[in-house]
Design a protein around this ligand. Structure first.
Ligand code: NAP
Length: 494
């Protein structure tokens, strides 16, 4: 189905309505936000079967994978709604007055308040969890912000169905008109217009580095710059340390063949670079990985644009000095299919060529072969910011490589031991983010309820009478929130 692109006039009208909704929504009790978000989750359950059907037609992703992503999205909405009501993200600090101090200390009380309308761009590889009703939308609603979603053209109909579910939930729970808007528009002008609009107060983006950085730059050129939380591509390096590799070369290879090719390699956490030290254990690892990869069939990618980009980036990487193909699937790819591929390169060549550090979005990974520990350390020091890094290591390996471990810690948002980076658990302790260029702001996560903190700012109230303070800050703590009162965490009344 072809949707009509929004005109500038329509975008202006949407943004004004969104601002009016913000003025009303930010004043609603946390309980009302919770009800709205649970209603959204219920609506997504009500349309589960047709939604997964349309999404699978639009994305080529298997239905069982889409159903589990849909369930994850429902869980996300409910868990962020619960976190919204629990209110930890409000970061309440209260310092009561000390009138006889010199000079007298006033009564000061701080909490978080919402930023305003948030524009959300979702990624093509997660039509539910990182799209229309995904993590950014859920976090913004929990924070008290209206949301304007720019539909991804690769799953526009799925996006439209999810948007209708959000509209239905908003109606059922009597949310202010304009709390949510859904905008179509092919080409980058629509997105740019939304980011530049003066009523837009923050942006949540999930997608490619090129897109995330471009929109970040647009926002910084505004008369009033605004935060842009771009969650972008990553190569998620995996360091194979000697003792563990010797013990488990074959098991590790098997685990990684599956991770590299899961969902045709179309995960932001796909392990794109493997780093090992040359020797018998690494030879065994490469042989097993190659054997596995040969047996994995090519599969259809999300859309022709992604398939074309994969072919081009893969070819470009393979054409670089010193890069060799170690294995490809033994089956020929059909049109728009991604061909599972493992390449190798020496660390010497890798260190000289930054093109090899870049994401090839699809079922591709390169093994960087180091001469020794020192060269592995050099590789770690050369790598850019990442969503994740992984070590395959024994405790002894970790103790023997302390400077390497510190160097890796410095570049990643999530540090995994003896596992794979694919699979992002939705929970409060999750950090899905990382130093630039993995994201444009390494201080925040886009998965887990702490993501709410992206869309709020602090405000202090000084010397306000108790009756005029927001409920969150009142002496008798009517909402039962955890608050830091005179440096001690408490839920008691003051
Ligand atoms: P994409 O091509 O960057 O598209 C994402 C959205 O941004 C689309 O709506 C697109 O607009 C818009 N956009 C892109 N460039 C723009 C520009 N210059 N100006 C205005 N709007 C722009 O990404 P994708 O292909 O959908 O997703 C795959 C990428 O996402 C991979 O690199 C993957 O690693 C990354 N990803 C990251 C995460 C994470 O959490 N870090 C999660 C999932 C995926 P149009 O609507 O016009 O196409």
């Amino acid at each position: 189905m072809k949707f009509t692109d929004a005109t500038t006039e329509e975008i202006n009208a949407v943004m004004e309505k969104s601002w009016d909704a913000f003025l009303a929504y930010r004043k609603l009790p946390l309980q009302r936000r919770w009800e709205f978000m649970y209603a959204m989750a219920n609506e997504l359950d009500n349309i589960a079967t047709p939604l997964v059907e349309i999404a699978s037609q639009e994305t080529n992703l298997p239905k069982d994978r889409l159903e589990s992503e849909r369930k994850r999205t429902v869980f996300q909405l409910k868990s962020y709604a619960d976190a919204c009501k629990r209110g930890d993200w409000l970061d309440i600090r209260i310092d009561t007055a000390i009138p006889d101090k010199t000079p007298p200390k006033p009564d000061i009380r701080k909490m978080m308040v919402p930023l305003g309308p948030v524009v959300v761009f979702g990624a093509s590889n997660f039509p539910f969890a990182y799209s229309t009703a995904g993590g950014d939308t859920a976090c913004a609603f929990a924070a008290g912000c209206p949301v304007i979603v720019k539909a991804h053209p690769a799953h526009a109909e799925t996006s439209e169905m999810v948007a209708n579910a959000i509209f239905a939930a908003a109606k059922k729970t009597h949310m202010p008109d304009g709390i949510f808007a859904h905008i179509h528009g092919e080409g980058f002008e629509t997105g740019k217009t939304l980011v530049l609009h003066p009523r837009t107060k923050a942006v949540g983006f999930t997608g490619s580095f090129a897109g995330g950085k471009a929109l970040f730059d647009v926002a910084n050129q505004r008369k009033e710059p605004i935060p842009v939380f771009s969650e972008m591509g990553s190569v998620n390096p995996v360091f194979l340390l000697p003792e563990k590799l010797k013990q488990s070369a074959e098991q590790t290879a098997k685990m990684y063949a599956a991770s590299i090719t899961a969902s045709v390699g179309q995960f932001c956490t796909n392990p794109g670079i493997l780093i090992g030290i040359k020797g018998e254990a690494l030879d065994r690892f490469l042989k097993s990985l190659s054997d596995e990869i040969k047996n994995i069939a090519p599969a259809t990618m999300l859309h022709p644009g992604i398939a074309k980009a994969f072919v081009e980036k893969r070819q470009k990487a393979l054409a670089q000095n010193g890069v060799h193909v170690a294995a490809v699937s033994s089956q020929q790819p059909q049109e728009n299919q991604g061909l599972p591929t493992i390449a190798t390169v020496s660390a010497d060549e890798f260190l000289k060529n930054v093109l090899l550090h870049q994401e090839v979005f699809g079922p591709y990974s390169i093994l960087v072969i180091c001469e020794n520990d020192q060269q592995m350390m050099e590789v770690a020091l050369h790598l850019e910011g990442q969503l994740t890094s992984t070590i395959i290591a024994t405790e002894n390996d970790v103790q023997q490589h302390e400077p390497l471990i510190e160097a890796i810690k410095n570049i990643c948002g999530r540090f995994i031991m003896n596992g794979v980076p694919t699979g992002v658990e939705v929970c409060l302790s999750m950090n899905h983010g990382g130093p630039y260029p993995a994201t444009t702001d390494s201080r925040f996560t886009s998965v887990g309820a702490d993501g709410i903190k992206r869309f709020v700012r602090p405000i202090s109230f000084q010397n306000w009478p108790d009756s005029l303070l927001p409920d969150e800050l009142k002496n008798d703590n009517p909402l039962g929130l955890w608050r830091t009162v005179n440096d001690s965490l408490s839920r008691e009344a003051i």
